[in-house]
Design a protein around this ligand. Structure first.
Ligand SMILES: [Zn+2]
Length: 83
């Protein structure tokens, strides 16, 4: 007699890089620097502040996760130009 153990398959949580820090290399469609990661339709979408605000209502409806890194907008890399 064989018993089949039906193990409850632990659903693996997709590990997107949610805590990924956006860099200057991450761009919105408009080519501006992205400050928001919106996870929707299984994709990570990158938005600049302007376009995120523009589509915010819709994005919040369809997204499963939003990473708001807009606080970085005011954080400029230290510039060492003594003007
Ligand atoms: Zn944009």
């Amino acid at each position: 007699m064989s018993t089949t153990t039906t193990e409850v398959l632990e659903k693996e949580i997709e590990t997107h890089e949610f805590h990924k820090e956006l860099t200057v290399a991450d761009r919105c469609d408009c080519n501006a620097q992205a400050f928001f990661i919106v996870v929707a339709y299984g994709q990570d979408l990158y938005y600049c502040n302007h376009h995120f605000r523009k589509y915010e209502t819709k994005l919040r409806e369809v997204s499963t996760y939003i990473s708001d890194q807009s606080d970085k907008i005011n954080v400029k890399p230290s510039q060492s130009s003594p003007d």
